[in-house]
Design a protein around this ligand. Sequence first.
Ligand SMILES: N[C@@H](CCC(=O)N[C@@H](CS)C(=O)NCC(=O)O)C(=O)O
Length: 215
Amino acid sequence: MSDLKLYGYFRSSAAFRVRIALALKGLDHESVYIHLAKGEQFAPDYAALNPEQQVPTLVDDGHVLVQSPAILEYLEETHPEPALLPKDPVARARVRAIAMAVGCDMHPLNNLRVLKYITGEMGLSDAEMRTWYAHWIARGFTGIEAMLAGSPETGRFCHGDAPTFADIYLVPQVFNAQRFDCPLDAYPTLMRVHEACMALDAFDQAQPAKQPDAA
Ligand SMILES: N[C@@H](CCC(=O)N[C@@H](CS)C(=O)NCC(=O)O)C(=O)O
């Protein structure tokens, strides 16, 4: 029986990933809210826990875990059921590839600190920042749509008929895109999978608006 504490923020899509995984695996946890817009990630106590000054951080029985990909892999290893990665290595690689298309190629470009930097130090207007945001959403989702639409492995979810890491990365990124009014009509397969995910309690209850720190 572990004692899990998740440091997150309602709008953080990286924390959203971990909330979904915890819910899918039926793991209760305590939530601690780090208000990113107020700069609470820079507070010395929190920075001591997460030296990158970002969320999420998961503490399990005193073990401090950072980086959502590492946290998800940790949860998969420590709580293998229900599995969020397929057994077959080729299938696992496909699931991880879809997840990384979001986690490595899209999310880092549209992160809060990047948006603050381009509108601050770089002097971009709000409209220019939104153009930047929409560009990287379109670039990433075009590739993911092709990966999903072009594969017989795609089922109700990104891979087959049970949720995997791929869905856990995809859904928060769709929320991000919707928050910035990015057009999504060009991604029918991706949006069909998103809707299938949101029909599940684990995804629905983890969404930003349903978090107690969403003000
Ligand atoms: N690769 C990291 C990214 C974490 C990350 O970007 N967190 C954002 C929220 S989604 C954050 O805390 N940003 C704080 C900031 O930009 O100051 C992960 O997946 O955990």
